[in-house]
Design a protein around this ligand. Structure first.
Ligand code: DX5
Ligand code: ZN
Length: 216
């Protein structure tokens, strides 16, 4: 099975956002990963609703919105209206995670839970059958271009067997430091969605890199 490839727009050239989105449209990418940072949950700010709307205006592929913000339940509806098809909230920022997941699903969006590198996949056991996706952070959230954390492989295998045991249908998305080297071992461990920021956008031929990831 080929992976779902989701280039992370955070690493793109924001001054040429339309052409970056067009490049993704024309590539073999499946989704566009959009990182929202609030400077509170993570030590960085990225983009907000108007930028998501601008991306949506030109995108022909679903927007996979990763909310790295506190109180995400306050904003899920606004991000849906801005164009999100998939919304992930962080487990660490969601004391009422089950309620927030239901809120996302009621909008007609796919619902994801993102987990930090130190968060055990076991904490997802009782939400697994309610979600569409786990966004497993393979770097500490907040910045693109960081080094992939090797412990991720073990977490993917553990999560994959939990999902299989539960008979659930949940994507395992890997976010952070994904490249041509770790893509295949991640898929062998059970991942099926690959987010890639710098690996795609720092290349002189991003479409080719996307194609290579797709055929990992
Ligand atoms: C990190 C973000 C990632 C990031 C990935 O906080 O959630 O989606 O954009 O970028 P790379 O692939 O450069 O690590
Ligand atoms: Zn992300």
């Amino acid at each position: 099975m080929k992976p779902i490839v989701a280039p992370s727009i955070l690493a793109s050239d924001f001054a040429n956002l339309q052409s970056e989105v067009t490049m993704i449209n024309e590539s073999q990418a499946d989704w566009i990963h959009v990182d929202i940072m609030d400077g509170v949950f993570v030590p960085n700010l990225s983009m907000g609703l108007p930028v998501v709307q601008a991306i949506k205006k030109h995108a022909t592929k679903p927007l996979d919105v990763h909310l790295m913000i506190v109180n995400p339940e306050r904003y899920v509806e606004a991000f849906f209206e801005a164009g999100a098809s998939i919304i992930s909230v962080h487990l660490e920022a969601s004391p009422h995670l089950h309620r927030t997941i239901q809120q996302i699903k009621a909008l007609g969006c796919k619902a994801g839970v993102a987990i930090n590198p130190h968060t055990g996949v076991e904490q997802l056991q009782d939400i697994l059958s309610d979600i569409d996706l786990v966004c497993m952070m393979s770097v500490n959230p907040g910045f693109g271009g960081q080094k992939f954390i090797e412990n991720t492989y073990k977490k993917v295998s553990r999560l994959k067997s939990m999902i299989d045991k539960a008979g659930a249908k949940v994507h395992i998305e890997i976010d952070g430091g994904v490249n041509q080297k770790n893509a295949k071992p991640l898929m062998d461990a059970g991942a099926d969605v690959l987010v890639a920021g710098n690996f795609v956008f720092s290349s002189s031929n991003p479409k080719l890199v996307i194609e290579q990831l797709k055929n990992s």
